[in-house]
Write a new protein. Structure first.
Length: 476
């Protein structure tokens, strides 16, 4: 017998004792047991106590009657019902929203084992009910009405309606009903929490061990390896990654003990590169208008591979300029069609600087050396320069010929930039884009046919991969 049932029986016994003082508690309890046996023990003691009170002529108020007898199941609700009670778990809360006219409202969903029903709370009741109808709460809605809206039943509050908070958080039932009814509420186990600009990205796994990223306002502070349940967020996907964009109105429930109740076995999925991988940042090229491609060197299982990461905006590239020639941890990049792509949670964590090679070996482009020193002619040269919030982004493209073969090279080195442009990259941000275009056009003609001694890093993969140019020395 639940504590709630015991309390309800006790209230009925107290009312009987007041109305019939000649009866003792022991006698009343004996009469209740007789009533249970009379019905073949198919009714509960609280129902038997209520029937006994009625037979004895004891008038009980609605509030004293056991909730199990006055409260309807969701499946029993029908349009047109007025002044009914219903109990369940809040499985969705949209957060407080505003219409174009400024009127506030929020949507919620109530579920029990028999079904789910939605409701809307409008302006006059938003402050009154919002905190009570939070995700996971068990509530009893008293004297509410039911109407039809878009062919579905919907709860609405009358003037004399109210809410009783039965318990603040019922995780077991919440998770059961999320799985059963799919109300748009998600459970995520956090793996990484990173800060980006004015938001936080919560990277984790859902109940199907699929990667999920939740973008929340900066004031939300979940801990790694804890859980977050959220609703009222805009959801979208990028490849195999699900994203949820939550605003200040979205509801989140954070819980550190959920692991005991909902164990996750997602170890293999947690190895997904989306949660972070280490790579050496070797260089990058800018696309024509926005974004670019970053060249990365990864070491996995003792094997060195060259990968690239494509970003569609310039701002993330600023972080990669800081990480050039460093081993970095890259978080929030998704793998797609043989390379990595940017997501809204992309973060570059700069680590140790790469060790400089002990020496550059003289070698033609057809050689097998990694760090080469070579004499060549510049067949063509081009460059792109852009500035993001006063910070320069640039790459220079070379096509070299060493007499045995040609090789494309890219360079992001500020020293080489200064040699060619006669100014540091930061000063380039003081010029207009049109002025820089004129300067690049002039240098393109000026550098063609120049003989140079170059230092560079040959990437594995043959001619498909560029030469990373570290220095250029002009003859004469």
């Amino acid at each position: 017998m639940s504590s709630q049932e015991k309390d309800e029986i006790e209230r009925i016994i107290q009312d009987i004792l007041k109305a019939r003082p000649q009866l003792t508690r022991e006698k009343i309890e004996e009469m209740i047991e007789e009533k249970v046996r009379e019905f073949g023990e198919i009714i509960r003691r609280d129902a038997a106590a209520l029937m006994l009170a009625k037979e004895l002529g004891v008038v009980l108020s609605r509030e004293v009657a056991p909730a199990s007898l006055t409260t309807l199941k969701i499946r029993d609700l029908a349009a047109g019902f007025r002044g009914v009670d219903v109990e369940g778990i809040i499985v969705f809360n949209s957060g407080i929203r505003r219409l174009a006219n400024g009127k506030r409202y929020f949507r919620y969903a109530l579920a029990d084992e028999s079904g789910i029903i939605w409701g809307v709370v409008w302006e006059e009741n938003v402050e009154k009910y919002y905190d009570l109808l939070h995700i996971g709460a068990r509530v009893r809605l008293l004297k509410v009405s039911v109407r039809k809206y878009r062919d579905k039943n919907e709860i609405f509050f009358e003037k004399n309606s109210s809410i009783k908070l039965v318990s603040k958080l019922e995780l077991d039932e919440l998770l059961q009903y999320i799985d059963k009814y799919n109300p748009g509420t998600r459970l995520v186990k956090t793996i990484r929490v990173i800060s980006i600009d004015n938001k936080k990205c919560i990277l984790g796994m859902d109940t199907n061990c699929s990667p999920v990223a939740v973008l929340t306002p900066f004031n939300v502070s979940p801990l790694e390896n804890h859980f977050i349940v959220f609703s009222g967020c805009r959801e979208f996907t990028m490849g195999d990654i699900s994203f949820a964009q939550c605003d200040a109105s979205s509801q989140e429930v954070l819980d550190e003990d959920l692991e005991k109740q909902k164990p996750f076995n997602c170890r293999r999925a947690m190895a997904n590169d989306f949660f972070g991988f280490k790579a050496d940042v070797l260089g990058y090229v800018l696309f024509r208008k926005n974004g670019g491609r970053v060249y990365l060197r990864l070491l996995s299982g003792g094997r060195e591979t060259i990968d690239s990461l494509v970003v569609s905006h310039d701002k993330p590239l600023v972080e990669f300029t800081i990480g050039l020639d460093h081993t970095c941890e890259i978080v929030g990049a998704r793998s797609s069609e043989g390379y990595y792509r940017e997501t809204p949670c992309l973060k570059v964590i700069v680590g140790e600087q790469l060790k400089k090679p002990p020496r550059y070996e003289f070698s033609k482009f057809i050689g097998i050396q990694t760090f080469v020193l070579n004499r060549a002619v510049i067949l063509s040269w081009s460059a792109r320069v852009r500035c993001v919030e006063g910070k320069p982004l640039f790459h220079m493209n070379f096509l070299f010929d060493d007499g045995t073969s040609t090789r494309r090279g890219i360079c992001n080195d500020p020293v080489v930039f200064k040699k060619i442009f006669a100014m540091p990259p930061e000063e380039a941000c003081e010029f207009s884009p049109s002025t820089l275009d004129l300067l690049i056009s002039y240098l393109t003609e000026e550098l063609q046919g120049s003989e140079v001694i170059l230092k560079g890093m040959m990437l594995p993969g043959g001619y498909r991969q560029p030469l990373i140019v570290r220095d250029v020395i002009f003859n004469g």
